[in-house]
Design a protein around this ligand. Sequence first.
Ligand SMILES: Cc1ncc(COP(=O)(O)O)c(C=O)c1O
Length: 341
Amino acid sequence: MTKDFRSDNTLGCSPEILEAITRAAKGTATSYGDDEITARVRVRCSELFERDVDVFPVITGSAANALSVASMTEPWGVVLCHADAHIHRDELGGVEFFSGGAKVITIPGAGGKLHAADVQNAIDGVRNGSRTGVPSVLSLTNATEAGTVYTNDELRSLIEVARRNRLRVHLDGARLANAIATGTSDLDGVDILSFGVTKNGGMTADLIVVFSRELAEGVSIRWHRSGHRASKSRFLSAQIEAYLTNDLWLRNARHANAMAARFRDAISGRVEIVYPVEANMIFIRLEKGVYESLTRDGFLFFDAAIYGPDIYRIMTGFSTTPEDVDELAAALEDRQSCLSC
Ligand SMILES: Cc1ncc(COP(=O)(O)O)c(C=O)c1O
């Protein structure tokens, strides 16, 4: 039984994906992404997203984000994103580095979500400043860093603002599967998607999916030049192909989401749940003593103090079991009642 709820990337990898890697190890294949498996991934993604796309396998979501966003802006551009966006908080300036200095400007938003009016205000603010930079990219994240999921209407209105103001749209889909598993699927108007695989059962693979194909050459050059064009790309693509076969990506995501919902239901009314639980993350407020006691007993989850005092994050994944969840919920209940006794 796992007691590890730190992240969906502390988990292992789906057997189907491991088997696909083993199969890909037989024989030889053309290198640097020109192999047959990568070609099939492109066809599969074109079917899935119902338009012709270009694809670039990478080993991290951070690389997918930085290379994608950098391909959509000049060095003097402004990239707008949520204040908690991974590209802002967690990637050590990857976007700024790969774009040659584009400025990332953040916008606050409750529950991890941006709102169209705030985005418009931010664009106006930058334009009025006139020397700040040129608003160039809106980067959205779905599912969000707060574990919430944009509705299609919310996505449409955000993308509409970007389009009206001639901004490109990037979607950080590190957990897009978890979002789509809830029924949100509108990707119309997105120029480039960072499509997560690793966090949802992959071993080490994410995918840049380019919808606006005029951007593909710029992505391709940055992908190669930055050292992200793996010579044995077929092993990345094999993971992605297996992920997209027989709906593994959706099955894994539905399961992870269901485990989060199970945990929410088990603790609701007894522990403060900070954000709506819509994907595979639960943010709760706990007394520090409870957290420390659970940690001493081997339950691992993150202190999420950047979201506010006494806030902790629990994350479920494709291999989290109902028993894992129930054990954590029971231990939490036990520690809470001990504190008040
Ligand atoms: C929303 C989001 N985007 C991007 C990433 C980056 O992925 P990686 O850790 O593979 O670089 C993460 C990682 O946690 C994430 O949560």
